[in-house]
Design a protein around this ligand. Structure first.
Ligand code: ACO
Length: 428
């Protein structure tokens, strides 16, 4: 840790502000005393240059396209690990021993059931409800079912809530989907592994047994690894902001799900497929790229650009390679993949995209893989939520374990009316 300072000079003051150094990444100017010393706030809409917390979970170098979970490169985890091991790593900070892994998996497996009343709760939704709406509401409702894990001060309760959330998310997600298509809800099978169990709950029908396709299960596990965490993105920051008020873990994670839903964030995977379908053929790609460059069109290339990555998103590189392999192995010939490849080729050569450093992000190719796995489009963001739960709850726990936690409470630049006198209605 460095003890250097920077000096900030305003017309009236000169203030010395300490620099905060992490183990990697740019140093941060600690402005906590700025208002007290100078009477000024800082203005950073979208938090483009603001670190809101210290965290030891995930590191991103957006210029170099580096992503580390607890210090391990995403490429190594994608190649050698599996989702539940990554979830353990995010939660605990270290890779598990075989014994620890076995115990963790056993715990997850034995917390996958949902309370029967949650099922009734889902049945209250209109048949055509979006599964993200059902997931968000049913996760928020968990605090009403599990009172034994809402004391945020108890480390054992925090851990049990994390296990419950990671374990139940696939059950709730699959139930929301099946309800939306009028299929009977499937209970989780303890003899199956995490991803296989989810596929079983999604696709098993009463009329015939389901054979889990190993290629599909491996691809889904990989996608879960790649989506498991991404430091202080919009949904994780939401979880932390809500968590900072002392809200329970289920309410905090439900808020994260709501934040994820937007097309600028996790909803992008659904939006990419819609965009590719609308483009229709590789011949229309150039027109779409021209439209994306025209600010008046209101159209952006979905799956392109990232607040942090100004280089290839390392997750997109992995997914791109996997996409071809998975489609080949599953014998799927999806014309949308041809459109996606053409779009990537044209955009990456285009001056606008080069100058703006806009590269494909994690969601550009993920939807094509989900589609090949027969996961319906409206479930894409739900898939993201299942995986990101591991990250959200790891951040929520870290926030509670780190000393000095305070409620998150940003300030504003007020641009409204200045003081004025109230007028009685007859005088307006
Ligand atoms: N297509 C066309 N132009 C774009 C795109 C895009 N996809 N993304 C950014 N730009 C342009 C903007 O118009 C802006 O141009 P200007 O400086 O000339 O005005 C510039 O690039 C910067 O854009 P911002 O919106 O300021 O960048 P920001 O960091 O706030 O937004 C975001 C990042 C939301 C991801 C944006 O790139 C975007 O909307 N992408 C499409 C949606 C998407 O794929 N979201 C998923 C992100 S990854 C994830 O959450 C999993």
């Amino acid at each position: 840790m460095s003890n250097s300072n920077v000096t900030l000079t305003t017309p009236d003051h000169s203030v010395s502000l300490p620099l905060v150094e992490g183990s990697q990444g740019p140093s941060c100017v600690d402005i906590a005393s700025l208002y007290r010393e100078t009477g000024h706030f800082t203005f950073d809409p979208g938090f483009a240059a603001t670190a809101a917390c210290k965290s030891a979970i995930t590191f991103i170098d957006g210029e170099k396209g580096v992503l580390l979970y607890r210090g391990y490169p995403i490429e190594q985890l994608a190649e050698q690990s599996r989702f539940l091991e990554v979830a353990y790593l995010l939660l605990e900070g270290e890779l598990p021993t075989a014994e620890q892994m076995h115990a963790f998996e056993d715990q997850i497996t034995h917390h996958t059931m949902m309370h029967e009343s949650v099922k009734n709760f889902l049945h209250g939704f209109h048949y055509d409800a979006h599964p993200m709406a059902m997931l968000c509401a049913s996760v928020a409702s968990l605090s009403a079912f599990y009172h034994d894990t809402t004391d945020n001060e108890d480390p054992a309760q925090r851990k049990l809530a994390a296990i419950r959330l990671i374990a139940k998310m696939p059950t709730l997600a699959a139930a929301a989907y099946r309800y939306s298509i009028g299929w009977p809800i499937r209970y989780p099978r303890n003899n199956l592994e995490y991803v296989d169990r989810f596929l079983h709950m999604m696709f098993e029908v009463p009329s015939e047994p389901l054979k889990i396709n190993a290629v599909a299960a491996k691809a889904l596990d990989l996608l879960f690894i790649l989506h498991a965490d991404h430091e202080q993105n919009a949904s994780t920051s939401t979880v932390r902001l809500v968590g900072s008020t002392g809200a329970n873990p289920y309410a905090s994670v439900a808020a994260g799900i709501a934040a994820l839903w937007g097309p600028a964030h996790g909803g992008a995977n659904e939006a990419v497929l819609k965009m590719l379908t609308e483009i229709g053929t590789p011949a229309n790609v150039s027109k779409a790229v021209e439209r994306a460059k025209d600010k008046n069109s209101g159209f952006r290339l979905m799956g392109f650009g990232h607040r942090v990555y100004k280089n290839f998103d390392p997750r997109a590189k992995i997914i791109r390679a996997t996409c071809h392999e998975v489609l080949d192995k599953l014998g799927v010939n999806d014309p949308l993949l041809d459109i996606a490849m053409k779009l990537e080729e044209v955009a990456l050569k285009d001056d606008y995209f080069i100058e703006h450093k806009l590269y494909p992000n994690v969601d550009f190719y993920s939807g094509i893989i989900y589609k090949a796995l027969k996961i319906p489009t409206e479930m894409f963001t739900v898939m993201f939520a299942i995986a990101r739960t591991a990250g959200w709850i790891s951040h929520w726990i870290e926030q509670h374990e780190m000393p000095g936690g305070r409620i998150g409470r940003p300030r504003q630049v007020y641009v409204g009316a200045t003081p004025r006198e109230y007028k009685a209605i007859e005088n307006r």
